[in-house]
Design a protein around this ligand. Structure first.
Ligand code: AHR
Length: 499
C-alpha cells in the first residue's frame, strides 16, 4: 500500500535507556489532588490505609508509579515543613494562597508523604522551599528526613514515629523561580541555588539527586545560565535542571479552551501545541550540550500535560478538569518525544496525579474513575527502563485542518526488561485510521500482541455514571513474511509486544 506509513525498526541498533522516571507523577497541595483524591484520613468511611484511600492506591500500584513529586509546585515555595509534623490535631493551619485560598490543615506532611511513597513502591521527589524559606530551614528538613544520627532533628523524627531515615531520592531547590517561586531572573536564582545547595548535607548513602528550577515553554535561557554558571565541585552539586511546559489548546492563558465539547480546530491546535515539546527539548539540549558535553546534568520535564478552562461550579483555583481521548493522545505523543530524547530527559512528571489538570484518576466522594490518560500510562508500562531502539518513519501522512497540520502517525520502539521488543503507535488524526507497514530487523517476528485505545468522539471520556466508556481493548496482528501491517484507528494508541 503506497500511502501507508513505512516504519523500519532495527532491534540491534539500541540507544539510551528510557528512564522509568519518564512515567513519574506529581501531587501538590492543590484542590482535591491530595485531600479527597488521595487522603481521606484514617477515620474515614472510605476504605483506607493509614488515611490513604485504598481504591486509588490499588489503581496507582497497577500503573507502577516510579516516582512521586511533592508538595508542589507553587505550593512548595510557601511550604514550611515543620507545619506538617507531629500530632495531626496540633499542626499549623494556614491559607493555601496559591490554590483557592482554602485552609490547609497540614494533615499530610512529611511522614504521610513518605508513607504513600513507600506503599506505592515509588521514589520520592521532595521540592524544597527557596521562595519563602531559608537555607537553614531547607538544610534542616533534609537533616530531619535523612539523618541516622542522634541529632535533635533525627530524634524528633523518631519521636514522630519514624526510626529509620526516609530515603530522599530527589530534592529540588525551589520551583518556577521565574514566576510563583519568586519572580527572579536566572542570574539571581543561579546565585541562590549555589548558596542553598552548598548547605544541603546528607549522609553518603542518602544523598538526593539535586534539581535546579529551570525555564518553561520556549525558554532556553535558564538551562543555559544554570549549566554555564553552576560548576559542580566537592561542595556544590547540580544534577538536573527542570523544565515545565503545559499544552493549552488555544495557547492563551486567558482562554485556554474547554476539556469537553471543543471544536475540531481545538483538537488540532492541541496536537500542534503538544508536539512543540519536541522542539523545546531540542533547543534546551543544544545549550546544555554546549555547556555540559559529558551530559552529566539531566533535563527534567517535571511538569507537563494539558491545562483547560475550569468549568461549572468548580473552584477556578482547584484546576479540576475532565480527561478525554484527546488527553490520551497527548500523553502518548509526549512519551514518544521523551523516548527520543532519553539521553538527556531522565525524568518527566505529568501534572497531576489525581483530580488536578491531566489526571490519572478522578474521584467523587467514595467513587473513583480511571481516565484515558491513566490507560495510556498503563499501556506504556513496558517502556519503563527499556532500552530504546532506532526507528525510522517514512511517508507519514499529514493530518490537516485549515492552515494547520501535524504528522498523523508517531511511533516509538524499545527492548523492555522482559527481553521483548515493544512498539507504540499513535494516530493523531481524529477522522481517519492510518495503516503502518512495519519491517523489523534484529528480531524474529510472528506477530504482535497488546492493546489499543480509541473512542468514538473527540471528547469521549469516562464519568462516574459510565466509568468504562474509554478503555483499552486487546489487539493482535499476524506478521506476513516478517512484515506487519497495522491499522491504527482514528484518535488511537496501540502498544504491542513483538511475539
Ligand atoms: O501544576 C500546577 C502549577 O503549575 C504548579 O504548582 C506550578 O509549578 C505550575 O505553574
Amino acid at each position: 500500500a503506497f500511502a501507508d506509513t513505512q516504519i523500519k525498526i532495527d532491534a540491534s541498533k539500541t540507544g539510551p535507556v528510557i528512564n522509568k522516571n519518564i512515567y513519574s507523577q506529581f501531587t501538590e497541595h492543590l484542590g482535591r489532588g491530595i485531600y479527597e483524591g488521595l487522603w481521606v484520613g484514617p477515620e474515614s468511611n472510605i476504605p483506607n490505609t493509614r488515611g490513604w484511600r485504598n481504591d486509588v492506591l490499588a489503581a496507582l500500584k497497577e500503573i507502577q508509579v516510579p516516582l512521586l513529586r511533592w508538595p508542589g509546585g507553587c505550593f512548595a515555595d510557601e511550604y514550611h515543613w515543620r507545619d506538617g509534623i507531629g500530632p495531626r490535631d496540633q499542626r499549623m493551619v494556614r491559607v493555601n494562597t496559591n490554590w483557592g485560598g482554602v485552609l490547609e490543615d497540614n494533615a499530610v506532611g512529611t511522614h504521610e508523604f513518605f508513607d504513600l511513597v513507600e506503599i506505592l513502591g515509588a521514589e520520592a521527589y521532595v521540592n524544597g522551599n527557596l521562595g519563602t524559606g531559608t537555607p537553614q530551614e531547607m538544610a534542616e528538613w533534609l537533616e530531619y528526613m535523612t539523618s541516622d544520627s542522634k541529632s535533635t532533628l533525627a530524634e524528633l523524627r523518631r519521636k514522630n514515629g519514624r526510626d529509620k531515615p526516609f530515603r530522599v531520592h530527589y530534592f529540588a531547590i525551589g520551583n518556577e523561580a521565574w514566576g510563583c517561586g519568586g519572580n527572579m531572573t536566572p542570574e539571581v536564582y543561579t546565585n541562590l541555588y549555589k548558596q542553598y545547595a552548598s548547605f544541603l548535607k546528607t549522609p553518603k548513602d542518602n544523598t538526593p539527586i539535586l534539581i535546579a528550577s529551570g525555564g518553561h515553554t520556549e525558554d532556553t535561557e535558564w538551562a543555559d545560565h544554570l549549566t554555564k554558571n553552576v560548576k559542580p565541585n566537592w561542595a556544590l552539586r547540580m544534577d538536573a535542571v527542570s523544565f515545565h511546559y503545559y499544552t493549552l489548546p488555544t495557547g492563551s492563558w486567558e482562554k485556554k479552551g474547554a476539556a469537553l465539547g471543543f471544536p475540531e480546530a481545538e483538537w488540532m491546535s492541541t496536537m500542534v501545541n503538544t508536539l512543540k515539546m519536541d522542539q523545546f527539548i531540542i533547543n534546551n539540549k543544544k545549550v546544555m550540550d554546549k555547556n555540559d558535553p559529558e551530559k552529566k546534568v539531566g533535563f527534567y520535564v517535571d511538569e507537563w500535560g494539558t491545562w483547560y478552562d475550569v468549568t461549572g461550579d468548580d473552584d477556578p483555583g482547584f484546576l479540576y478538569q475532565q480527561n478525554t481521548i484527546r488527553d490520551a493522545i497527548v500523553a502518548a505523543l509526549n512519551f514518544n518525544i521523551f523516548h527520543k530524547h532519553a539521553d538527556r530527559v531522565h525524568m518527566s512528571i505529568i501534572a497531576q496525579m489525581v483530580n488536578v489538570l491531566q489526571a490519572m484518576i478522578l474521584t467523587d466522594k467514595e467513587k473513583m474513575i480511571l481516565t484515558p490518560t491513566y490507560h495510556v500510562f498503563n499501556m506504556y508500562k513496558p517502556f519503563q527502563d527499556a532500552t530504546s531502539i532506532a526507528i525510522d518513519l517514512k511517508k507519514v501522512p499529514t493530518y490537516k485542518l485549515g492552515k494547520a497540520s501535524v504528522p498523523s502517525v508517531s511511533a516509538t520502539a524499545a527492548r523492555a526488561k522482559d527481553g521483548k521488543v515493544y512498539i507504540a503507535l499513535v494516530n493523531a488524526n481524529p477522522n481517519a485510521a492510518e495503516t503502518v507497514d512495519i519491517s523489523l530487523a534484529g528480531v524474529t517476528v510472528n506477530g504482535v500482541k497488546g492493546q489499543v485505545l480509541t473512542a468514538p468522539e473527540m471528547d469521549s471520556h469516562n464519568t462516574f455514571a459510565e466509568p468504562e466508556k474509554v478503555k483499552p481493548a486487546p489487539f493482535e496482528a499476524k506478521a506476513n513474511a516478517g512484515k506487519l501491517a497495522i491499522e491504527i484507528p482514528a484518535k488511537g494508541v496501540i502498544v504491542v509486544a513483538v511475539e
